[in-house]
Design a protein around this ligand. Structure first.
Ligand SMILES: *Cc1c(COP(=O)(O)O)cnc(C)c1O
Length: 359
């Protein structure tokens, strides 16, 4: 059977090498005679998996020692609430930059926890770009500034970290973590559901400055208190063991390719193939994102009208391309080209776009 040309937005393609490795260890992980799913999370082999995954992530993202790395559950969606529960201080505000639906959802949850404010928004422009932020050094009454580093639905991405912010920057990096090197020290906290760039669904990565743990209050339920997970090496309760194991395999794969810098190079190459086709098409394909806010991970575009868009999607589907429909909220087309999507698959898509246009 042939593998699909997988452009799903998430969950999505995993590296073939990772799936094969998991398959080879399926019945007998490392001489244990068990699948990872079958062993105790308190066993030595599992503890090693947990520690190796952490160490690899630290290495690949150059995470400094004064940051915690946590493996949690509940997806990025739980972090929308859990982060303010821990970080939003009494009498202060959680500031949000709105750049798409996920930032809106993050704000909606924070509002239930405490005081919030919108620092900047691109909603009026239908989320086609990342706003330029000014006066960042003057936010005094804030607990944090929340951004969404990549907007999965609209196909825009922050090109650089906001600098000189007087309060901790919190980033939802669910759809672009490890697509490029990141200056972790510019952030107070980073969170990401794994199912786009890091592995399967079920595990959520939180990278946070240790000193921010001091903000959590004893009234928080244990499972919603970052300190619980930090103290227990993310083994407070039963973790999603299979997801963490696959996360480890994906990180090993990323390291074998040369790490974040090599991945960025490959991601730029892939994204350029599609953006060049959009730009050369003389308006046949219309990119949603402004050129200077384009995402390396989600390439969003429409064709002239709904009939043509539908014809494009139908023909693509017949040829084995999966997941090219835009998000139900904005329609059109979206090619999600996360780390694990092979260059050859993107080449095939660019060729198809060209053929479809000439026809
Ligand atoms: C997919 C996605 C989410 C939602 O993640 P869940 O793990 O399903 O909660 C949140 N933020 C961004 C940017 C996403 O791409």
């Amino acid at each position: 059977m042939k593998r699909a040309y997988n452009f799903n937005a998430g969950p999505t393609a995993l590296p073939e090498a990772v799936l094969k490795k998991a398959e080879s260890e399926w019945l007998n992980y490392n001489g244990t005679g068990m699948n990872v799913m079958e062993m105790s999370h308190r066993s030595k082999p599992y503890e090693e998996i947990n520690n190796q995954a952490q160490a690899l992530l630290r290495k690949l993202l150059a995470i400094p020692d004064d940051y915690e790395v946590l493996f949690l559950q509940g997806g990025a969606s739980l972090q929308f609430a859990m982060m303010p529960m821990n970080l939003l201080e009494e009498g202060k505000k959680g500031y949000y930059v709105l750049t798409g639906s996920w930032s809106e959802k993050a704000l909606k949850e924070a509002k239930k926890i405490g005081d919030t404010a919108i620092f900047a928004s691109d909603k009026e422009n239908n989320y086609t770009s990342i706003p330029t932020l000014t006066n960042l050094d003057t936010i005094k009454d804030g607990s944090y500034l929340h951004i969404t580093s990549n907007n999965t639905i609209y196909g825009t991405q922050w090109q650089e970290t906001p600098k000189n912010v007087s309060i901790p920057v919190v980033a939802d990096m669910s759809s672009d973590i490890l697509c490029r090197p990141v200056d972790v020290q510019s952030y107070g906290l980073i969170y990401a559901g794994a199912q786009k760039n890091l592995g399967p669904s079920g595990v959520t990565v939180v990278i946070m400055k240790k000193e921010l743990l001091e903000r959590s209050k004893d009234t928080l339920p244990s499972m919603l208190d970052y300190r619980t997970h930090a103290k227990n090496n993310s083994l407070y309760n039963t973790p999603p063991t299979l997801a963490v194991y696959l996360l480890k395999l994906v990180l090993e794969w990323a390291e074998s390719l040369g790490g974040a810098e090599a991945l960025e190079k490959k991601n730029k190459q892939k994204a350029n193939l599609l953006y060049n086709e959009i730009d050369e098409s003389d308006g046949f394909y219309k990119g949603h994102a402004e050129v200077n806010s384009r995402s390396l991970m989600n390439v969003t575009f429409t064709l002239e009208n709904k009939e043509l868009t539908d014809a494009f999607l139908a023909e693509a589907k017949e040829l084995g391309f999966t997941g090219l429909n835009g998000h139900r909220s904005i329609g059109g087309c979206r090619a999600s080209i996360y780390n694990a999507v092979p260059l050859e698959h993107v080449e095939k898509l660019a060729q198809f776009m060209k053929r479809f246009r000439s026809k």
